[in-house]
Design a protein around this ligand. Structure first.
Ligand code: ADP
Ligand code: MG
Length: 316
């Protein structure tokens, strides 16, 4: 991974216990049931880390914080405080073993996505009967909830149906019923909020956990460009009518660039142009500004040094 001009955060070591390194976040345990989550500038696609994107970590952390704040009347969340642009102090909870994906559009470019499957003639997707006559990227007849079981240690997530989660008992029935209800409410709120900003929230992923008293808690990130597909609303119908794809403000352009370079998840990751990386960065920043209605202000650099200073009170 190339750190262009010291302007990105690839990794960081806070020297705290219970270190966990995800594809995008580094996290550690703090006393009193807390967890620190540092969002790096790593970009993952096809379940692999592909490279570094300037401003991405800060955008994700601050945009998630913005959404957590706005959705707190729908469901409680893990946020305690944001001591630094790239850092979240969260309540440490037990994550549910399933992730919840909500979809409003028939889309996707990877083999396991809905659109390629539908175009290949599949009419039963994620347990749902799909009608004939749907066109690429069209609005789905109803919002769809499609769970996946969480991959362990670098594996791929496995799709399951709503009924399979209920039947398997991996999530208690009352908890699962609440998850389904809350995910729909969050997604409806997300769609309406995005629409007001001229954007379409095509799909998104939620992670939930249970606190010590078994309360449902929204964790990880919410409605960010990493966990969601966002499209520009203006001109969408024209683009689709001309057989073009939507204008994306998420990881999709990167996936498409990789695919164009012949990559679909296996083997050597191709080198992408500086312009492609810059473009991805600009899109993350654009999305933040469009949704929050505020200008993005980059935090001080070097990022790792700044974070360590912000965390001094916690690391002792
Ligand atoms: N409040 C929380 N309590 C416990 N675990 C959490 C919390 N919030 C997020 N996590 C977990 O921390 C990890 C975040 O790192 P990330 O890089 O996003 O991981 P991944 O590679 O699984 O996407 C995820 O595994 C997520 O489930
Ligand atoms: Mg994640």
């Amino acid at each position: 991974m190339v750190d262009r001009n010291g302007s990105t955060l690839a990794e960081i070591d806070l020297g705290l216990p219970g270190h966990f390194s995800g594809k995008v976040r580094e996290s550690w345990i703090l006393p009193e049931g807390r967890r620190v989550l540092v969002t790096t500038d790593r970009l993952s696609a096809f379940d692999r880390v592909i490279g570094l994107v300037e401003h991405k970590g800060q955008v994700l952390n601050q945009l998630a914080a913005w959404w957590f704040d706005r959705t707190s009347s729908i469901v409680q969340n893990h946020v305690i405080e944001v001591p630094d642009p790239n850092v979240l102090i969260a309540r440490d909870v037990t994550p549910l073993p399933v992730e919840v994906i909500m979809r409003s559009r028939l889309t996707g470019s990877t083999d396991t996505s809905m659109l390629p499957k539908y175009l290949a003639g599949e009419r039963k997707l994620y347990g749902y009967d799909m009608p004939e006559g749907l066109t690429p990227h069209c609005a789905l007849p109803d919002l769809m909830l499609t769970p996946t079981t969480k991959a362990q240690d670098g594996g791929h997530d496995t799709p399951v149906t709503v009924a399979e989660v209920a039947d398997s008992g991996i999530v208690a029935p009352d908890v699962w019923a609440e998850v389904c209800k809350v995910a729909r409410s969050l997604f409806e709120f997300g769609i309406a909020t995005a629409e007001a900003a001229g954007l379409i929230l095509a799909d998104t992923k939620y992670e939930f956990g249970l606190d010590a008293s078994n309360n449902l808690v929204l964790i990880d990130e919410v409605h960010t460009a990493d966990s969601s597909r966002y499209w520009l609303a203006e001109g969408l119908e024209d683009r689709l009518a001309q057989g073009q794809g939507p204008e994306n403000f998420d990881k999709e352009p990167l996936r498409l660039a990789l695919r164009e370079a012949g990559y679909s998840g296996d083997g050597q990751i191709p080198t992408l142009s500086e312009q492609t990386w810059k473009d991805v960065s600009n899109r993350y920043v654009f999305l933040y500004e469009a949704l929050t209605g505020t200008s993005f202000v980059p935090g001080q650099r070097p990022i790792a040094d700044r974070i360590k200073k912000s965390m001094a009170a916690y690391t002792g």
